[in-house]
Design a protein around this ligand. Structure first.
Ligand SMILES: NC(=O)c1ccc[n+]([C@@H]2O[C@H](COP(=O)([O-])OP(=O)(O)OC[C@H]3O[C@@H](n4cnc5c(N)ncnc54)[C@H](OP(=O)(O)O)[C@@H]3O)[C@@H](O)[C@H]2O)c1
Length: 267
């Protein structure tokens, strides 16, 4: 099969398109004919060698952790998914790649919502998995209020929409230019900066303070901690407007499907 691959760490120039061996679905997996794959910050960190102390790669290597496509092989023990189904999902986490190819094996997946194109679905799985895991860890349920830092970003947007789908009230920090977008998601936008969090009961999934927002503590970009200094003295930060509309990318049933699949992934 044709695949994007690289044979050494480096910039985008190390990527090449070449023949690679086809993968096959093992127990609990499906293989898809890939229609779209996402390029995430983690793909970049891995290819550049930024994470080689944490995850040293074997070469040649196919990038891509998120993908969408049509199932063409179903592994032993898989139920509820058949050949021909349109799905989106994640490659096995221990492989940390493999989706930028004609065929890819997925270990966690859900059926692609009809309203989504393959391109949209192909970039969604990592953020859906992260958002679902965070909401589960917080015990997020109807009636709760959630503050999401960086709500207009990839992980934030998905967490906000899935939280709204669970019936939570969501407040999201973002730059002013993204406030209208958050309004459209049913999220109350707030400008980020010091003094944002009021004293009161809070819950966190137990991550250490100061780690990367919304994830595994990975840097977003080199030197990121110096970017976008937080504005000070903005008393109008919280605009007390009720959410206007809600965008639900996944029906509740679909969200549960993702969660079920994700629980099978060893960590
Ligand atoms: N599996 C995982 O654990 C996982 C998965 C996905 C992401 N992550 C992690 O989650 C983090 C976010 O990733 P992403 O893909 O969502 O990034 P992203 O799309 O670049 O979004 C980051 C957001 O952070 C906001 N931001 C910038 N400076 C800020 C500040 N000082 N205070 C509050 N918010 C600020 C930006 O908001 P404005 O544009 O509105 O200024 C931006 O929308 C990264 O650390 C990433 O590694 C982890």
């Amino acid at each position: 099969m044709l695949a994007a691959r690289y044979h050494r760490y480096g910039g985008p120039g190390v990527l090449t398109v070449e023949e690679a061996e086809e993968p096959h679905a093992g127990p609990g997996q499906v293989r898809i004919s890939v229609r779209a794959t996402g390029v995430t910050p983690a793909d970049w960190y891995l290819r550049s060698g930024m994470l080689k102390e944490m995850a040293s790669l074997r070469f040649p290597r196919i990038p891509g952790m998120d993908a969408a496509g049509v199932v063409d092989e179903v592994g032993e023990g898989v139920t509820g998914t058949s050949v021909g189904d349109a799905v989106f999902g994640l490659v096995p986490l221990d492989r940390l790649g493999g989706a930028a190819a004609r065929y890819a094996v997925l270990e966690a997946w859900a059926h692609k919502p009809r309203a989504w194109s393959f391109e949209t679905a192909g970039g969604a799985a990592g953020n859906v998995e992260t958002a679902t895991r965070v909401l589960d860890a917080l015990g997020a349920a109807e009636g709760m209020t959630l503050l999401i830092e960086g709500a207009a970003g990839g992980a934030g947007t998905m967490t906000a929409q899935l939280a709204r789908a669970r019936g939570l009230t969501v407040i999201g920090t973002a730059s002013e230019r993204n406030h209208h977008f958050l309004d459209e998601l049913g999220v109350t936008p707030v400008t980020y900066g010091p003094g944002l969090a009021a004293p009161g009961p809070t819950r966190s999934p137990g991550r250490r303070r100061g780690a990367g927002r919304g994830g595994q503590g990975l840097p977003r970009r080199p030197g990121d901690h110096r970017r976008r200094p937080a504005p000070r003295g903005d008393d109008r930060r919280l605009r007390r407007r009720p959410p206007r509309s809600t965008v639900l990318p996944l029906r509740r049933g679909r969200a549960r499907l993702v969660r079920t699949a994700v629980r099978r992934v060893p960590r």
